[in-house]
Design a protein around this ligand. Structure first.
Ligand code: SF4
Ligand code: SF4
Length: 124
């Protein structure tokens, strides 16, 4: 176990640096956060490109995408961010440039079952 003197010798310079340089954290969500290039955030859709082929659903390893089909032409593509692994496989699997990962966080909700998002709601 570290002695109190050794702990102080470590902490005091850190404290001095923090006081001198100011906080290194941001007040998210009250201030914007600058995310690094290539950050893999929530899944977004260009609905006009989607054909309902379900390749993204088939290849999603986390079962985070769901396609509900109603008849031949009508379907709903649903995204479950609480299951998403942010792997980007859906983007790679889509042949129509419809689905991709954005540079944004998933907004939080008090109940995880309310996180689901209907990405495409195509009526027949
Ligand atoms: S990023 Fe990965 S886990 Fe998330 S929906 Fe796409 S394929 Fe599924
Ligand atoms: S997002 Fe792409 S892969 Fe997924 S259903 Fe639409 S067209 Fe098919």
């Amino acid at each position: 176990m570290a002695s109190p003197l050794r702990s102080l010798a470590y902490l005091l310079p850190q404290l001095w640096r923090a006081l001198k340089e100011g906080p290194h954290t941001v007040k998210y969500p009250f201030d914007p956060v600058e995310l690094p290039a290539g950050y893999r955030g929530r899944v977004i859709i260009r609905a006009e490109n989607c054909r309902g082929c379900s390749m993204c659903v088939r290849d999603c390893p986390a079962f985070a995408l769901e396609l509900e089909r109603e008849g031949r032409d009508a379907y709903r593509l649903i995204y479950h961010p609480e299951r998403c692994a942010y792997c980007g496989q859906c983007e790679l699997s889509c042949n129509f440039d419809a689905i991709s990962l954005s540079n944004e966080f998933v907004p939080g909700k008090p109940d995880r079952k309310d996180l689901g998002v209907v990405l495409v709601n195509k009526e027949g």
